[in-house]
Design a binder for this molecule. Sequence first.
Ligand SMILES: C[S@@+](CC[C@H](N)C(=O)[O-])C[C@H]1O[C@@H](n2cnc3c(N)ncnc32)[C@H](O)[C@@H]1O
Length: 269
Amino acid sequence: MTVRELIQQACIDRVEAEILLADILKVERAWLFAHGEEAVQEPALTVFTNHVEARQNGEPLAYLLGYRDFRSLRLGVNRDVLIPRRETEHLVEWAIECIDAGAQRVLDLGTGSGAIALACKSERPAAELTAIDCSAQALACARANAQSLGVQVKWLEGCWFEHLGVAQWDLVVSNPPYVSASDAHLEQGDLPAEPKSALIGGQTGLESIEHIVEHTPHYLVPGGWLLLEHGFDQADDVAALMQDRGFRTISSRLDWSGQPRMTGGQWQS
Ligand SMILES: C[S@@+](CC[C@H](N)C(=O)[O-])C[C@H]1O[C@@H](n2cnc3c(N)ncnc32)[C@H](O)[C@@H]1O
């Protein structure tokens, strides 16, 4: 079967079929257009057919490819980690503003693939990055990404702050689980394939955020920042939690699609 026929017959989004085939053949996507009449040989043919079938059955493209591009980095991903999102690139942008304003000791809570910590460290090498996750499998993925990118981050396995002692941080940044356990979105798109522990923030969706807002002040220097990603309809709740806990200069920012998807504030002890 030719390149053109294979792509035409794949019952998935055409661009995704092109990305998958280009990845399997180890060529640029543009190559496919110039070589449409070329025959695709085994084992590429079988691998492509299996990937198309898996995609039809809901397997996320990123897991099939084994990577997701995040800011300037290509991050390895698998079913143990959340697929890094574009909204989170925006959270990194805010974190980098804080680093540029003097925050050098940075803590990434719930690091998953390591996306936030690795992006901050690779874009601001002088910053000291520590990243925590409760999932040993997620940390294995994050460590592998750090190694292949040659980026230094201190990785800790634990439940939120449990192994931090009395450490003081200039910036705590987190994209915690924030979907309600009863949210119908959990059955849509890529979400059914992603780890539930990376998505679900209890019945309300706010439980992880409440815990982080409550405990972060013990680990922040005066004037230190807490930046949190959250759902599009949670900004007011998160801002209120931060206000009640004693954070100041609280504000929310919009993501690429204009939704308020991250809220941050400074700790004034
Ligand atoms: C929404 S994912 C974010 C992953 C990554 N930071 C990103 O933005 O792509 C949330 C992460 O928090 C981790 N997590 C959930 N509960 C946790 C806990 N109690 N302590 C530490 N990490 C936790 C999950 O394993 C998951 O990797």
